[in-house]
Design a binder for this molecule. Sequence first.
Ligand SMILES: Cc1cc2nc3c(=O)[nH]c(=O)nc-3n(C[C@H](O)[C@H](O)[C@H](O)COP(=O)(O)O)c2cc1C
Ligand code: SF4
Length: 427
Amino acid sequence: MTDILLFRDIDEPGLATIDVYERRGGYQALRTALKTDPAELIETLKGSGLRGRGGAGFPMGLKASFIPQGDMQKYVVVNADESEPGTFKDRELMQKNPHQLIEGVIIAAYAVGATKSFIYIRGEYEEQADILDAAVQEAYAKGYLGENVAGSGVELSLHVQRGAGAYICGEETGLLDSLEGRRGNPRLKPPFPANAGLFQGPTLINNVETLSALPHIVELGAETYSAIGVANSSGTKLISISGNVQRPGNYEIELGMSSRDIIYGLAGGPPEGREVKFWFPGGSSSPVLTADDLDVGYDFDSIAKAGSMLGSGAIIVVDDSQSVVDVCLKLAHFYAHESCGKCTPCREGTNWTEKMLGRVKDGTATPMDLDIMASVQQRIIGNCLCVLGDAMAMPVSSMIAKFRGEFEAHIEAARAAADRAAVGVAG
Ligand SMILES: Cc1cc2nc3c(=O)[nH]c(=O)nc-3n(C[C@H](O)[C@H](O)[C@H](O)COP(=O)(O)O)c2cc1C
Ligand code: SF4
């Protein structure tokens, strides 16, 4: 059951143009939605069970229901920052089917009563931003955007804004600050964006994939959509799979599919002669799982039960030719570099962890340093303003806990090599 909803027709030539999109049934769901009472539409979204696809998995319809009623200026913002390492599904959605997203935005805006909307797209996605810009112009020209959306009397503007080039601009409140023209720093929550978001107005902010699912939910109805997948994880999910696999790429799966079938079946598993050593199930911020977890169902609850998180749906596979120390160091470097520096546990903790892992790498750390590093991660988790600090601490903790022996052996071997080098012994 692959490529059934969001990736349906994805490789159809010209799908990014409004003519082909409409020929494939595009914008019909919007017409249906516009004939529905907004409150009823929100009930449909709730009933679908759709959970956010950007990382946190918050129920989409429930979030929409938090937007207050009334005549104040409301906004819909699309999170198209896509900076989580390993995640590249939104890029393909925007590049190949921009109108599916635009249709989803219009449906969401109608449901919550927003008249202004924005797509905040990762700065490096130049090609996708140009494609979106062209698609937005087409949607205006055809009357799906503007002062009278599809003849309904409803108004909606949509603007594509290029991002500012930082991972933290994908955190929803950092994104809102950046969209307002400021440095992208996370805000204290509450208030949440639903009450005080963009320019302090009520704002519905959702991931590209989340909003791209809306036309399908309207088309199928809540009941049919929620029957896809498993309990508490309805619908399909786009998986970006990368690392040591033979067929990396984006795949659409029904939630609940076995992780083994994704990694070995769809992606072909590691290269010949290699085994899965560990894998990140939900992007680089998720605690790693091992080969023992391959039969876990790929859905929110099963991955959580296995000790990790589904996150953005990005599976990164690491095979037995790789060093866990190298992976851990690279990961800590990324988060230390991307920390915005606003709060101490993250600013200091990510940089300190990177430094300590550098010592592990060159053999100047001791096994006791591994204990200290593990305990520092526990002090970061839950103590930061946003979850970027946790996003480093959780996978680092899991790697130290699950591969402690390899960390210790690496320290030993690196120290012995350094000692030999110091006395001029070769080998
Ligand atoms: C550091 C950080 C980076 C994030 N980056 C992204 C991102 O690139 N794209 C995204 O959709 N959500 C990202 N998120 C999650 C957003 O804060 C937010 O939960 C999401 O946009 C909500 O949309 P959803 O409910 O549709 O998933 C990030 C969160 C954090 C803490
Ligand atoms: S957790 Fe890190 S990225 Fe988030 S606000 Fe604090 S310093 Fe900034």
